[in-house]
Design a protein around this ligand. Structure first.
Ligand code: G6P
Length: 602
């Protein structure tokens, strides 16, 4: 979710770092910083906001001669986007940059504080630099101190560390977050993505999880659990735009594929062995709350609708959901025992923001589920849970939706813990299913290929109906929205049981029905709804783990006892279907006509 760069060599270091960070800014941009050790001198600069601010701050700085330098652009996870919380984090004589989340940082922090270490920031990252220095202070060699530090860390990380204890050296480690080492002769570069070093270095090695080591005097020593390790480099790609898309044709496609890993980020430190934790929620935040109202727009509204089923079912809290632009002008009756939850990818949507202000004026407590820290909606809310999807570039939202739904599911379970609303077994089943979600989101090549082939039959017709029941109804709404946003074909989402009350009049061979038929939830009910449509000659594309003989087309999903796993798997199918239809129609997938990523006007 953040961007990292590093450089070891004789060139002027500031510009190498800043240019590299510029390429990574799309990954996170609420603050940035650089640190340089050159000819015995240690210096750092940090700035909140866009990279330009850092450029401005470091304008007069130049570093001559051989030296080590690291930089970071941040997308806040722990702690607000302030200068103190910006990377590089500093100890007494060392600096660290880190991408990922250190899950056991609180335990480490307590330990270090007990030894008299003073922390400057609220971040998990700062523990790394202090831990390293504590080992040095015990007389350890720098590399051994780094190795011991890494051994204590739990969670995900890509780390670069420089220290006066070992000038002209960069220590590195990777586990769960991307990191590569790139070379140009004796010069060594580090980056979280190759876009940062394309055009500078010629070849690269992409680190594997569990690898760590150091670069010194133009040489890189690599280690893993079994000891020293040989590695070979590969040539770097030459096209930057392609590299930003990691080889995918469109950002939307890349973001669909990323869902499996970002859902992991969303859950990190929150889904624990037996419970759900949200350390960002103040103690007693839910005291006096007996109802929930969710308010949002577009895709976020669909996430909210999904959440309302989960909140009532798991947390047993009455919950209703409103479209923000409707809520604002309906003269709603509000009571202060209602928690007002807004959901927004951008945190800037005008209608959602105004709805939030209205609720606050009425004295309601507010919580936002948002992807952008320090956004207007986050700042306006009493509390925020960040979805940690990373920057979403495709206008049609995919990974933001997936992470919003995940947060709502976790929140439902979190609230159910309050008064033991669920028995132990049920809670365990929910937690188990959550842990299996990243796997359910992995896009199988065979599936994508099948959807690609099927898509050619769905480029015309007089309309699409996506139908589902229960949580698959909001998913049907979202599937239809995805399709219309990027294909410009008419599509509607509908509750399957409601088709007979009107829309079935439209049924004929040119009406395409995309039927979401999970096995774990109301299968027989939806089956008879689809049979009714089939009897009227509608063309049916069934998405189900259960073969369905009346379907004209069929996409098979996994059998799973938990409906949320089926939900996430079917979500991917509907996203890919929209993507493939849009590509065949020759549309601009990432920037569809008439739409904007963030709508800051009413
Ligand atoms: C725009 C975007 C949609 C998004 C909606 C709400 O219309 O095109 O993709 O769902 O705004 O945005 P938010 O940032 O509040 O989630």
């Amino acid at each position: 979710m953040c961007g990292i760069v590093g450089y070891l060599g004789p060139k002027e270091k500031k510009n190498i770092l800043l240019d590299g960070l510029q390429e990574l800014e799309y990954r996170g941009y609420d603050s940035a910083g650089i640190a340089v050790i050159s000819q015995g001198k240690l210096q750092h600069f940090k700035a909140v906001g866009k990279l330009e601010n850092l450029r401005e701050k470091a304008r007069d700085f130049r570093s001559e001669g051989l030296g080590a330098a690291i930089g970071h652009t941040r997308w806040a996870t722990h702690g607000k986007p302030t200068e103190l919380n910006a990377h590089p984090h500093v100890g007494a004589f060392s600096y660290v940059v880190h991408n990922g989340i250190i899950e056991n940082y609180q335990e480490l922090k307590k330990e270090l504080e007990a030894q008299g270490v003073r922390f400057l920031s609220q971040t998990d990252t700062e523990t790394i630099v202090h831990l390293f220095e504590a080992f040095i202070n015990k007389g350890m060699e720098p590399f051994e101190a780094f190795r011991q530090t890494i051994a204590r860390l739990e969670g995900a990380y890509a780390i670069l560390l420089i220290s006066e204890a070992a000038p002209e050296t960069i220590f590195f480690a990777k586990n769960g977050s991307p990191l590569l080492i790139a070379f140009d002769g004796d010069e060594v570069y580090f980056a979280s993505s190759d876009t940062a070093v394309i055009g500078k270095a010629k070849e690269a090695y992409y680190l594997e999880d569990g690898e760590y080591g150091f670069a010194s005097a133009g040489e890189v020593r690599l280690f893993d659990r079994d000891g020293p390790k040989a590695f070979s480099t590969q040539p770097l790609p030459s096209d930057k735009a392609m590299a930003q898309k990691d080889g995918y044709r469109f950002f939307m496609e890349k973001e669909i594929y990323e869902q499996s890993s970002v859902i992991g980020d969303t859950m990190l430190g929150r889904v624990l062995d037996e419970t759900i934790e949200f350390e960002e929620l103040p103690a007693r935040f839910f005291e006096g709350i007996s109802r929930i109202k969710i308010c949002a727009c577009g895709t976020s509204y669909h996430a909210g609708l999904t959440g309302s089923y989960l909140l009532e079912r798991l947390a047993k809290v009455p919950c209703d959901v409103e479209i923000a632009s409707e809520f604002r002008y309906k003269e709603p009756l509000l009571s202060t025992d209602t928690l007002f939850i807004t959901i927004s990818q951008s945190g800037e949507t005008a209608d959602t923001l105004e709805a939030l202000k209205m609720a606050k004026r009425a004295g309601l407590k507010s919580l936002t589920i948002c992807n952008v820290d320090n956004s207007s909606i986050v700042r306006e809310s009493d509390a925020a849970i960040l979805t940690r999807a990373g920057i979403e570039k495709g206008v049609a939202s995919t990974k933001a939706f997936a992470t919003q739904v995940m947060v709502l599911w976790m929140l439902s379970l979190y609230l159910s813990q309050r008064d033991d609303k669920l028995d132990r077994d049920r809670r365990r089943r929910e937690l188990d299913a959550m842990r299996r979600t990243p796997k359910a989101l992995v896009v199988e090549e065979k599936l994508h290929e099948r959807i690609h082939r099927l898509s050619k039959r769905y480029l015309h017709g007089h309309g699409f109906f996506f139908i589902g029941r229960d949580i698959f109804f909001p998913l049907a709404l979202e599937g239809a929205l995805k399709l219309k946003e990027i294909s410009y074909l008419h599509a509607e989402g509908y509750p399957a049981g409601e088709m007979k009350h009107g829309p079935i009049a439209l049924a004929d061979a040119e009406l395409f029905t995309i039927a979401l038929m999970p096995r774990s939830l109301l299968y027989d009910k939806i089956k008879s709804n689809v049979e009714e449509l089939s009897a009227r000659d509608a063309t049916i594309l069934a998405i189900s783990p259960e073969p369905f003989e009346l379907a004209d087309d069929f996409i098979g999903t996994q059998h799973s006892e938990h409906s949320m796993l089926e939900f996430f798997e079917m979500m991917v199918v509907t996203q890919l279907l929209a993507l493939e239809i849009s590509i065949r129609l020759g549309n601009d997938v990432d920037m569809p006509r008439n739409l904007a990523k963030s709508v800051t006007v009413e």
